[in-house]
Design a protein around this ligand. Structure first.
Ligand code: C5P
Length: 230
């Protein structure tokens, strides 16, 4: 299986974003646009990426009533996003509405199971009496049953989700650190090669590429590591 790099465009201006895209050139095809950039610059950033021949993962983690989420997924597809995501905890009706919009438009929709910032105490505080791992598996299975394409999960959850949902289910994995790079605020990390071996279809890498002295070289090194572990 091949693992594809998605570079996270976690910057605060459109100029910085396109400067990174220019620097990375053909080395990176997929970009993740998140709440910071999209809330401020909106579809312009997506149009700019598409006009440069790039693929876009719009990371807005939709969570709302089914009709609103279905229409938000259609809107993401309409502005050119190739992938977007929702919160699996929005429930079966919401997930099915998202899946229907995905089938209609062709956009890939994945679901966030449990945010990695939530531990068991935080889950208990919102009324969920399960460990994060139990909840991840429950929500990944629900996501699959409702017809979505896959989940966003941490590297350490890959085996659990694979076991529960099979090999065709897409896993988008952040928290990736090439050997020797700074962890930043990420605590539980995997190298690109380890994530590829574990079976991630996509890895999301931000700071190790966009904050590198030579972003293109950093991205090329990640791609080489993915290729040698395919
Ligand atoms: O810079 P870094 O490689 O840590 O960036 C990872 C990206 O993936 C960020 O945009 C971050 O918000 C996102 N992400 C994450 N962990 C999750 C979900 C998303 O790091 N569990």
């Amino acid at each position: 299986m091949t693992t594809t790099l998605i570079a996270a465009l976690d910057v605060d201006s459109i100029e910085k974003a396109f400067n990174i895209v220019e620097k990375l050139g053909p080395t990176v095809t997929w970009y993740k646009v998140g709440k910071q950039l999209f809330t401020r610059f909106g579809p312009e950033i997506i149009r700019g990426l598409k006009s440069r021949g790039k693929k876009v993962f719009l990371d807005m983690k939709f969570h709302d009533i089914p009709n609103t989420v279905g229409q938000a997924v259609r809107s993401a597809a309409a502005i050119g996003a190739d992938m977007c995501n929702v919160h699996a905890s929005g429930g079966p009706s919401m997930l099915k509405a998202a899946a229907e919009a995905a089938k209609e438009t062709g956009i890939i929709v994945t679901a966030v199971t449990v945010l990695t910032s939530l531990d068991e105490t935080e889950l208990n505080a919102v009324g969920i009496n399960a460990t994060p791992a139990e909840q991840v598996v429950r929500l990944a299975k629900l996501t699959k049953e409702c017809g979505l394409n896959g989940v966003v999960c941490s590297a350490l959850e890959i085996p659990l989700v694979k076991q529960a949902c099979g090999d065709d289910f897409i896993l988008v994995v952040p928290g990736i650190r090439p050997a020797g790079s700074a962890k930043g605020d990420q605590k539980r990390v995997m190298t690109p090669g380890e994530a590829a071996k574990a079976g991630a279809q996509f890895i999301v890498v931000g700071r190790p590429i966009i904050a590198a002295d030579d972003p293109a070289a950093a991205a090329a090194a990640v791609n080489a590591e993915l290729a040698s572990n395919a």
